[in-house]
Design a protein around this ligand. Structure first.
Ligand SMILES: Cc1ncc(COP(=O)(O)O)c(C=O)c1O
Length: 438
């Protein structure tokens, strides 16, 4: 244990997660490269908060300039904040024309729950049975996707999110869809029968915690229709999937062909500066606002707005969404090709620059193949040895998770892929060893 780890545990306690068997101490970063305390450089294949690249000079300058000019809470007029609200709202469907700023994804989802609960007059929540949406009390009561979590609230019903490339592989998509929607009907009926009603369904448009599930077409829209018929609202959590991450549209819900009632956002929004928001139609805000004087000291302050505006500028000027699409395709094709060399990895999952592959204990195509978390962890550590950061997700912690900053350029894409191929070969060599070797 290093001295810094000891000091961390002695002050912050040992419960806050740390990546890797040998945690890394980073001292600076630029673009898609991080430098550790020894001066070694690591390629970032993991972090989505530095969305437009670590320490992007335009974002840094915008924050510094605004911080040196004015930073104040939100009870005064400030044009930068309104400029940002206008620019951000322009990225949404016309129906979504108001934004409330917050400081994090958790605050955004918590506020969305309040709005939905007051709108419907009912507390009932539908949530995926393996998901994470934040750390407030209301969200802790719907958390299903952490190894340790408190009990679900009585007002919560869970749904299994189908996955045509995972648990449901090989099954006909229409049968998978029908079963999933039947489960939604049953969950809604149970909430109603137990007197909870339906306030909302909350889902991550990429189903990232679940493991980047490929849901059958019609699943999200079918779920949304059912929730609305029951009097509830549809909350799209775009903390992971927003700001062009999927390369196909600016917001992940666009890929499901729906317009949600509430869109929540966070992580990439300020490129590391704490910034979140809830976007919604005016009618919903007009219902909530008069009954709740919502005030957020830091949410939507001028420095946050400057960071958010700079992120939007860079996304546009560096064509990062288009690049996410193009680089994502290159990576997907390469991962698919690696699957024929290493049949124990599944088909590429995800969208744009958020992708993963499930790791199995035998050829993925075998009917009795099981997810293999130990082998997955071995690949993540083997990538770390090659100075490339990735991680793992999913119900079994068996989906390798790759999600570089959108600013990644083709040469670094190729480095990432070369390291990945190498790491798979190394782990495959060890696969014949007893499983305890992992
Ligand atoms: C999908 C999703 N929603 C919400 C959150 C919570 O965001 P924050 O940590 O900014 O509160 C997270 C964090 O990982 C997330 O992945």
């Amino acid at each position: 244990m290093t001295d810094l780890m000891t000091r961390r545990f002695d002050t912050l306690g040992p419960y806050s997660p740390l990546f890797y068997d040998r945690p890394i101490e980073f001292v600076r970063a630029e673009g898609v490269w991080l430098t550790d305390v020894n001066g070694d450089r690591y390629l970032d294949g993991y972090n989505n908060v530095p969305h437009v690249g670590h320490a992007h000079p335009r974002v840094v300058a915008a924050i510094a300039e605004q911080a040196a000019t004015l930073n104040i809470h939100t009870r005064y007029l400030n044009d930068r904040v309104v400029d940002y609200a206008e620019r951000l709202l322009a990225t949404f469907d016309d129906a979504i024309d108001r934004i409330v700023f917050t400081n994090s994804g958790s605050e955004s989802n918590d506020l969305a729950f309040r709005i939905a609960t007051q709108h419907s007059g009912a507390p009932g929540i539908l949530i995926s049975d393996f998901s994470y949406h934040g750390h407030t009390q209301a969200l802790a009561r719907v958390t299903t996707g952490l190894r340790a979590h408190e009990g679900l609230g009585g007002h919560v019903r869970t749904l299994r999110v189908p996955d045509l490339d995972g648990q449901d592989r090989g099954l006909p998509a229409d049968a998978v869809l029908a079963a999933a929607l039947r489960e939604a009907d049953e969950a809604i009926a149970a909430l109603q029968a137990d007197g909870h009603g339906v306030a909302a369904v909350l889902f991550d448009s990429l189903f990232s915690t679940e493991g980047l599930n490929r849901v059958p077409s019609g699943f999200v829209s079918g779920l949304a229709d059912r929730v609305r018929r029951a009097g509830g609202l549809v909350i799209a959590d775009e903390v992971q999937s927003g700001f062009g991450r999927t390369g196909r549209s600016f917001w992940g819900h666009g890929n499901h062909g729906i317009v949600p009632d509430l869109v929540t956002m966070g992580k990439p929004m300020g490129n590391g500066h704490p910034l979140g928001g809830v976007a919604l139609p005016a009618a919903l805000l007009d219902e909530f606002g008069p009954r709740n004087m919502y005030f957020n000291t830091f949410g939507g302050n001028p420095v946050s707005a400057a960071a958010g505006l700079a992120v939007l500028d860079v996304l546009r000027d560096e064509r990062l969404v288009e690049r996410a699409h193009a680089n994502g395709r290159v990576i997907r094709d390469a991962l698919a090709a690696l699957g024929s060399e290493h049949p124990w990895i599944g088909v590429p999952k995800g969208d744009g620059l958020f992708f993963g592959v499930e790791v199995y204990d035998r050829p993925a195509a075998a009917a009795d193949a099981l997810p293999d978390p130990a082998r997955t962890k071995a690949v993540v550590e083997a990538m770390r040895d090659r100075h490339v950061l990735i991680s793992r997700i999913g119900r079994h912690d068996s989906v390798l998770k790759m999600r570089p900053p959108l600013a990644i350029e083709p040469p670094d894409v190729h480095l990432l892929l070369a390291a990945f191929s190498d790491a798979l070969t190394e782990v495959e060599g060890r696969a014949n060893a007893p499983i305890s070797a992992f």
